[in-house]
Write a protein that binds this ligand. Structure first.
Ligand SMILES: Nc1ncnc2c1ncn2[C@@H]1O[C@H](COP(=O)(O)OP(=O)(O)OP(=O)(O)O)[C@@H](O)[C@H]1O
Length: 357
């Protein structure tokens, strides 16, 4: 029997498709009573992970538990988990109600459950319309309605905001928050932080199949996410002292150093101790979007964040075939376009994803 906890637990999950390592040693839990965002750039392994949680593909190693059980062992899974991985699979000639009634029959539910879920997702007025004429937003709602048929305690949705207009996103936000507020569990993936920023309470952020942050969104926002750009007379001497103090620094192509997780006062003190002259110093505080970008090593190509501008110069960091200046969000500076490993000084113990964040 499942434990009824409403908890999703992912332990050491790993998936390779031949030479492609889609998911690498993922560990996280999703708790009931809150909305958890599963965030990461395209191709970072979100869908693969959700499919493993739902027992649709077998992990190379590791396990995912839902209510204390692997999904495949859940009795009556539709009453435990409602999932939407794809909102395209409707028969275009069927009405919304007929589509739902097929599932109602398969799940042995009362007929009126179809109309109940249509009402929950705000589609009652479209019950008799053929799904072929549905907008993307209506399809998303109908897919959600299908997932809700078994009155599940857990919802798992893959990119449910894709293609929704701002009104649709606001509706989805209200729906998911109210679902979670009744003590139920929501895990929702997105490659756009901005879409989910006001919807989720907790986030699991993945980049290249690895977890780079797992925790409270507010803590991520409130954490120490400042960095300093500086030009000094002897960068190597300053970097040596920074490293001794447990800090990291990177060289920018224009000769400046960028030092994450600190402020100009501390850097000035260290420069004095190192006996180097400071020629230029600038503080920068990262907003949430920039933090996300930094955590995902510049893989993120979502909505452009705002921030202090940096001089637009030819981008020597951009890998060939990738956009140069203008190909990355404005305001981030060139330091965020390249992979961190290429020019990082000092320690980096989390795979090069901005260890100070
Ligand atoms: N069936 C498969 N066969 C081979 N490679 C796959 C398969 N499924 C996924 N991949 C690869 O695994 C990696 C992770 O893909 P996945 O779809 O899980 O990422 P994602 O974060 O959901 O991306 P998106 O937001 O674009 O859907 C990608 O490199 C993808 O090409």
């Amino acid at each position: 029997m499942h434990d009824g906890s409403g908890r999703i637990l992912v332990q050491g999950l790993h998936k390779s498709f031949g030479p492609i390592e889609a998911v690498h040693n993922l560990n996280f839990s999703v708790e009931p009573g809150s909305v958890t965002g599963f965030l990461g750039p395209n191709g970072s392994g979100k869908t693969t992970t959700l499919r493993m949680i739902l027992g649709l593909i077998r992990p190379t190693s590791g396990t995912a538990y839902v209510n204390g059980q692997p999904f495949s062992r859940l009795p009556n899974p539709a009453t435990v988990v409602g999932a939407v991985l794809d909102s395209q699979g409707f028969h275009s000639g069927q009405t919304a109600r007929t589509h739902l009634r097929c599932y109602v029959a398969a799940l042995n539910l009362p007929d009126q459950q179809a109309d109940r879920v249509l009402e929950l997702v705000g589609l009652s007025s479209a019950a008799t319309r053929k799904t072929g004429g549905f907008s993307l937003g209506m399809r998303q709602r109908l897919a959600l309605a299908t997932a809700l048929l078994g009155d599940p305690g857990i919802l798992i949705l893959d990119e449910p905001a894709n293609g929704l207009d701002p009104e649709g996103i606001a509706w989805l936000r209200g729906f998911l928050k109210s679902f979670a507020s009744t003590g139920r569990t929501v895990l929702v993936s997105s490659h756009l932080l901005r879409e989910m920023e006001h919807t989720v309470d907790n986030v699991v952020i993945v980049s290249r199949g690895r977890c780079v942050y797992n925790g409270d969104l507010e803590q991520l926002r409130a954490g120490q996410h400042s960095r300093v750009f500086t030009r000094v007379s002897d960068p190597a001497a300053l970097v040596t002292l920074l490293n001794q103090e447990g800090m990291t620094a990177e060289y920018l192509p224009d000769g400046r150093l960028v030092i994450p997780g600190t402020d100009s006062g501390r850097v000035a003190d260290l420069a004095l101790r190192a006996g180097v002259a400071v020629q230029e110093m600038q503080d920068e505080n990262l907003d949430l979007e920039q933090i996300f970008f930094q955590l995902t090593s510049g893989q993120y190509t979502g909505a452009a964040p705002t921030g202090p501008a940096h001089p637009p110069t030819a981008d020597p960091w951009a890998p060939s075939g990738h956009p140069g200046p203008g190909g990355h969000p404005p305001g981030l500076g060139q330091g965020y376009q390249r992979t961190s490993e290429q020019y990082r000084y000092g320690q980096d113990d989390n795979g090069g994803h901005g260890g100070n964040v």
